[in-house]
Ligand binder design. Sequence first.
Ligand SMILES: [Zn+2]
Length: 498
Amino acid sequence: MTPATRLRRIALATRLRRIALATRLRRIALATRLRRIALATRLRRIALAALACAGCRSGAEERPGAASTGGAPPPADQPAPAPLPALDGTPNSFYAAGTPTFVLGTAAGERADREIAAQVALASSLFPGAATALDTSIDPAGGPAAWPARPVLYGGPHAHALLAALAPSLPFEMTRGRLVIGGQTFDGDDIRLIAAVPARAGDQAGPGYPAFLLYAGTGDPGVVEINAVRHGGDPILVADTFGPLATGRWHRGERGVTAVLSPLKPRIEWRAVERRLEARGGDRAAAVQIRFPAQLPAAASEDQVVDAALKGLSTAVRRLELAEVAPLSIYVYPDRRSKQSLTGDAGDGHAVPAARAVHVIATGDTAAADLEGLIAHEGTHVLAHAGWGPAGSPLLGEGLAVWVSGRYGGAPLSAWRGKIGAPPPLASLLGPGFRRLPEQEAYPVAGLLVDAAIARAGIAAVRDHLLAATPETWDAACKRAGLSSAELEADLARGASR
Ligand SMILES: [Zn+2]
């Protein structure tokens, strides 16, 4: 081999090695990028699952997260070339495509504003970098260009100025007390709609709009605890007092885009036993309906169940020092299977504050003290919500309910001291960290925190300042309550360890 040939071979080998290296680097880069996309998708799914699980879970049952649609999302810079907007978007695919912007309805008054803000604060804490905007900041006449990226609207048309302006061209009708969608009419103020509404081009019926996610209800403002409705995998979900009532998809036909709903989930007749629930001072009372399936004969234990319900609710009124109480309903299921099939929630109990309803299982074997404690807990979610307004964090919402009942998991709250280990930092507990803890740790910790706050500053301070505080407003709320967050955290650590 001549020196020249040898040099050429070496040069060629070096070049081939470089090409191989470059190819390998590209592959690694691509693999890293794919892993990042998969991770981002997974994180968003986890966030959505957490959002869907943000409701109360008093039972030991684990709720599965929101259904997944499968597959990585298309990169955001390559829009689908389809001539017509896609109809198959879901909350899962919507959140997977990028950071949302939450658009709050402000058209239904101060109390409604607080309800909407509370749900948006909980949802947006799961999406770092998510922005918020008010309904009035977007001019519907400007068409899709006037909207922020990936808008998520909270509030029905009666509570949301932007939706109200678009009402004639929306593929459903919602007013206070009524939803018309997919050829069905749902009456009542407990109806909630969670939908991925497809984009629409402007025409004589109204201006166009981009695809958006909608959390809305027929109540006032209709989105109370709406995040807790399990959702994600369906373009359309309708829920009532009991839970998911129908799912659906969008269809494009001669009359434009309309909804096609699944058959409605079964609902049964209920027989009510009515009692009066006295407010503090005894001069104002509200009706409590304790409801049993009408198709079943009254169980031998029915009187004890009614007694336990009244005692549990009376405990809530007394400990919360409520001068006024809201009327409410308690639905009593004879077994876990019937509660699961009718509400989609197999836990021992759960509350639906939007419908002022509590759902509990009471079998013949349920101990009266456990049922009373369960109803005190779930009743607190409804009564405190109606009387005091929304909780700004699950930590305070659950903490108040555990503190009122004085029990968790069949044991007095005091019995949990020394059994739950050192609580995580308050900053984490106030945010999504709370739902990441096992419930048998999170709930007693929350109860002990409320116990410590009341010991230091009294129940009025919790009611007026701490309950509504978000992670961002917590320190200021503590100051207004005459508390130091650091002292409270130290109290909690001591209370949990002794
Ligand atoms: Zn709860």
